[in-house]
Write a protein that binds this ligand. Structure first.
Ligand SMILES: O=C(O)c1ccc[n+]([C@@H]2O[C@H](COP(=O)([O-])O)[C@@H](O)[C@H]2O)c1
Ligand SMILES: Cc1cc2nc[nH]c2cc1C
Length: 348
């Protein structure tokens, strides 16, 4: 029998919000000896120091969290969590909620964008419907999830992360979830709801204004819970967002670096940044979504987006698109000649 994780009960469930808090605050740090070894080799390679920009940082990040002096990218997993949202009854999405289930079938049949992008990235794709795709409660009248259901969804995400994984790409699918993401961002970081409410899957200007009013109502009705980041996630998030938080936490505990997708993904893991200063240090943000508020949210959680392609799809599309860049970073690090090997003079 493998040893039980110190963060789960014998039943495999975070038994309380207190347990989960502790797990979010007892975080491993990266292997600085590996990071140093990578930086030392980087300095010997045939290029001006620092000239590969963020690629150099990506390699050190991979090695630090993988605990390898030569990082590996053989085993890449894309996890897409799906969930439904009670707040859709407020008219916050132009799409009907049954599209969530229909898209899960589409993912399984290989017909979605992420199927193509994961294949391009030479990554395995797994789709995880959370809470059997039953919707959360409408959070304009009270919390979206009970404590038990929230903790179960977090555990679903936690359990989906394998022990052995070189890079985990995270994404989601859930009609209505940009409202949950915006509400969560507004509660965690403050500011008018209009700063955080975007078009999602295609709202017009009037639709966005209505969405912002719905978010304000949700903030008012859940005010008593919003002092704590995890209670905020329970009140204003969703099952797939909770699973994303659980998966990101598991990855930290299992030394797996994480590539995050867009706005929804960033909002889902933002409580980890609020609970611990370096709570998202093992994550890299793949891109800046076209969704209003994503650039602001990225700054708030201290993550710098790698790409800026006007994507607004979700389903881990940006995370998968970042993989070839990470592979390129590693290829340079491992394949380049040193100044000595190539007989190139070093700078004066
Ligand atoms: O994460 C993003 O950046 C993002 C931006 C716009 C839309 N989405 C996707 O669109 C869906 C939610 O949109 P909506 O309008 O129904 O709230 C959900 O399935 C998300 O994956 C995701
Ligand atoms: C068709 C469709 C596909 C999606 N993929 C992620 N979110 C989505 C939302 C819709 C509406």
């Amino acid at each position: 029998m493998p040893p039980l994780s110190p963060f789960s009960t014998p039943h495999g469930l975070f038994s309380s919000m207190t347990d989960l808090h502790a797990a979010c605050q007892q975080l491993p740090t990266p292997d600085t000896a590996c990071q140093q070894a990578i930086a030392t080799r980087e300095a010997t390679l045939t290029k001006p120091a620092g000239s590969l920009g963020q690629l150099e940082g990506l390699t050190a990040w991979l090695g630090g969290w993988q605990q390898r002096r030569t990082p590996r990218l053989e085993n890449i997993l894309v996890l897409v969590f799906a969930g439904n949202h009670g707040v859709v009854t407020q008219g916050v999405s132009p799409w009907p909620p049954e599209v969530t289930t229909q898209m899960v079938h589409n993912f399984r049949q290989g017909g979605a964008a992420i199927n193509q992008l994961a294949r391009q990235a030479q990554a395995e794709l797994r789709v995880v419907p959370v809470h059997d795709l039953a919707p959360t409660a409408d959070f304009t009248t009270g919390p979206a999830m009970t404590e038990m259901d929230f903790l179960k969804a977090v555990q679903t995400g936690y359990n989906a992360v394998p022990e052995e994984c070189d890079l985990l790409c995270l994404g989601e699918m859930g009609i209505g979830n940009t409202t949950a993401a915006a509400a969560l961002a507004a509660a965690l970081f403050g500011g008018d709801a209009m700063l955080w409410a975007g078009r999602g899957t295609g709202l017009d200007d009037a639709g966005v204004r209505h969405k912002a009013r719905v978010i304000e109502t949700a903030l008012t009705h859940n005010a008593a819970l919003l002092g704590d980041p995890l209670e905020t996630a329970r009140a204003l998030g969703g099952y797939e967002l909770a699973a994303l938080l659980g998966a990101t936490l598991a990855a930290r505990h299992k030394n797996v670096p994480v590539m995050l997708d867009g706005y929804v993904c960033t909002a889902a893991v933002a409580p980890l940044a609020r609970l611990a200063e370096h709570g998202l240090a093992h994550t890299w943000l793949s891109h800046c979504s076209a969704e209003t508020g994503h650039a602001r949210l990225a700054r708030a959680v201290r993550l710098r987006p790698l790409l800026d392609l006007d994507l607004r799809l979700g389903e881990a599309s940006g995370a998968a698109l970042a993989v070839p860049i990470v592979r390129a970073a590693l290829a340079c690090h491992t394949g380049m000649a040193t100044f000595a090997q190539a007989a190139v003079s070093e700078r004066a």
